[in-house]
Design a protein around this ligand. Sequence first.
Ligand code: AMP
Length: 135
Amino acid sequence: MTTVFSKIIAGEIPHYKVYEDDVVYAFLDAHPVNRGHTLVIPKEEYRDIYETPDEILSHLITVVKKLSIAVKKTVGADGINIHVNNESGAGQEVFHLHFHVIPRFEGDGFEHWHGNVVESEEEKTSLAEKIGGNI
Ligand code: AMP
């Protein structure tokens, strides 16, 4: 399946390119949370982080870091959120892995989540062990 992002890379859809190398492409999000909100994607189409080869991910994250610094500098942000949605259950809408690089400003009202699920000590111990065991 060809996603809208592959069409962007192919130049078939208007967009605002920020960066490109052999492996990675970056462009402004069409519906930015704040000015400068940038999406960073592998040129090859992988559905989500699970399917993306480690060597591609390694390069992607170094580009995400560079772009985080560049976006922050450009828009004078107070901070940067780096966000990935994997699967529709987590809010993914475009099934081509993408890192959101989101500039943040004090009091911008885009609240990052802070959970309030109460876990017992027993549950926490069990979860930590089970997650570690599932790697
Ligand atoms: P997600 O929910 O993580 O899959 O987010 C998909 C993101 O892609 C959203 O933030 C959209 O605004 C963005 N998006 C969708 N179509 C385009 C497009 N043609 N150009 C730029 N960004 C887009």
